[in-house]
Design a protein. Structure first.
Length: 146
């Protein structure tokens, strides 16, 4: 009897987590927002990542806490490739972009599965993406109708 209750409780909790989890955009016009933290040995970048699925690609922009664009990239699900469009000057080197592309590709696969963290043990980099609440019309109007 106790095991049935435990199984039911675990199943109910799992369903609640799935209902609250933000999914990665995969249909035209879908959007998602994540709180981002990218940590390296001596520094980190934190901010917000906005994602939009448009023209068959997932387009994303990471903006730091000061509102400056840290990185823009797009993911093509058909080719399973990441293209870095723009990145801050300190990261704008071919060898950094190469492993950054690989890490972002793995991170996107993780986000699809509900895993919000990726660690590159070779270069000691940790990527953490936490879903933010979806923007509602009420929030954009500050509760006032226009």
């Amino acid at each position: 009897m106790l095991s049935k209750r435990l199984i039911c409780l675990l199943f109910f909790t799992f369903c609640l987590l799935l209902a609250e989890a933000q999914t990665l955009p995969s249909n035209e016009g879908e959007r998602a927002r994540y709180s981002v933290q990218i940590e390296v040995k001596k520094a980190y970048i934190s901010g917000i990542c906005g994602m939009l699925f448009e023209d068959g690609k997932l387009k994303a922009c990471v903006v730091n806490e000061f509102g400056l664009s840290a990185m823009d990239f797009e993911y093509d699900p058909q080719k399973d490739k990441v293209k870095i469009i723009n990145v801050i000057k300190k990261l704008d080197h071919w060898y950094i972009k190469r492993f950054l592309k690989r890490d972002l590709r793995i991170l996107i696969h993780n986000l699809r599965q509900g895993i919000y963290r990726h660690e590159n043990t070779k270069y000691e980099i940790t990527y953490t993406f936490q879903p933010l609440q979806p923007i509602t019309e009420e929030a954009t109007n500050n509760g006032n109708s226009i």
